[in-house]
Design a protein around this ligand. Sequence first.
Ligand code: UDX
Length: 445
Amino acid sequence: MTIIADRCRDIDVTVVDIKKEKIKAWNSDRLPIYEPGLEPILRSRLGKNLHFSHNVDQAIFEADCVFISVNTPTKTNGLGSGKASDLKYLEQSARRIASASKEHTIVVEKSTLPVKSAETIKTVLEALGQGKSYEVLSNPEFMAEGSAVNDLLNPDRVLIGGDSASACNQLSAVYEQWVPKEKIIKTNLWSSEMAKLASNAFLAQRVSSINALSAFCEVTGADVLEVSNAIGKDTRIGGRFLQAGPGFGGSCFRKDILNLVYLCEHYGLHEVAKYWEQVVAINEWQKQRIAKIVTEKLFNTLSGKMIAILGFAFKKNTNDCRETPAISICKYLLEEGACLKIYDPRVDEGQIQTEISRAAVNKTEKIKVNKDVYDAINGTDAILLLTEWDEFNRIDWQTVSKIMRPPSWVFDTRGVLDSDIIAKEGLKYWRLGKGDETTKTYEIR
Ligand code: UDX
């Protein structure tokens, strides 16, 4: 909405939420999220044509177009528990729009939703709208955290799905103020909803594919960085989203694939459901596998051992730790008896404590969150790098070698550290998709 306000100065944008504290945070001096490049643009529009308000009904009444951007978490009980999306916030929003809107409103689904969700919105609006008219469009968002501003300013494509050509054209006109017309794709409603789920499924599938191969590389002597580079040069495959790592995290991939699986099962497409479910299964396995390798290298026991966890966010340049692989990996290490010292340049201590206490009940006294990377490393037996923050490339390994407990291990799950410098300081180095570079033997078959 900030980018729309910035690119379309003639449009008044009001962001509303039922939670007053959220709105207060967006109006305060400190934004509630870390997103590079967002703050200066937001500040330049705030109070002009960009407003944050908790007066939901008034904003709906004044709007020609309402974007629904509510969360759709995975259901935790009842029908479809563990897989289906909970659409209660979507339904509540549709009810609110039906009661507060004026005579004609375009309603846009921005949240990622199960295919056919527009049907729910239409049904609620028709039943409760008391003769007012609505047009429902799907306009899914493809931006990624950490690069959101650039993704929005220079999108690969904008997708608008809907039955009404006039409503599609009105929304398209908004984007046309900065996006070339040929990048704006118009489809029917269901294709648009499906394309969003499919995009996330394809991206997650690439990560699981390269992660599956990372394990194969480790046992054969291949190097996953070389393999990614070689396959990515094929223009049919392309080089992006081929970085092996500790597993995908974030609020979307797991949730969206499980939703896809649920829908496939619902329509009786059990083989298709199983196919996509495996993308999630490999992701879980990768996290377990990493914890197992760390345990094995530390003489099969973590009891009495101290491990420094470098990075907790699900990727660099964000403070978001929803579904971050760090949660499961820390949980497995804690279950093996380890004590953890965690450092992340952007994630608050409170966020880390909350996530760990939810995942590993009664184990929070075994973690310490440090504000300085060397404090986190001090006295540990091993370093486990989980997020690829740039600052980890500037670590002084000579200092590190003096403050760790030998034999000291460095486990690099993102393949971003310089193994030569680390090995020179007498530290043992293991890299995901390459393995332990010091003591390797291969079985030839
Ligand atoms: C994703 C989609 O990219 C975006 O289009 C959609 O709108 C929302 O979901 P996001 O969750 O912000 O965006 O992060 P993304 O950059 O896609 O990364 C997701 C996860 O995959 C991260 O944990 C990341 O570390 C991991 N990943 C990504 C890899 O492990 N390797 C890669 O090559 C790419």
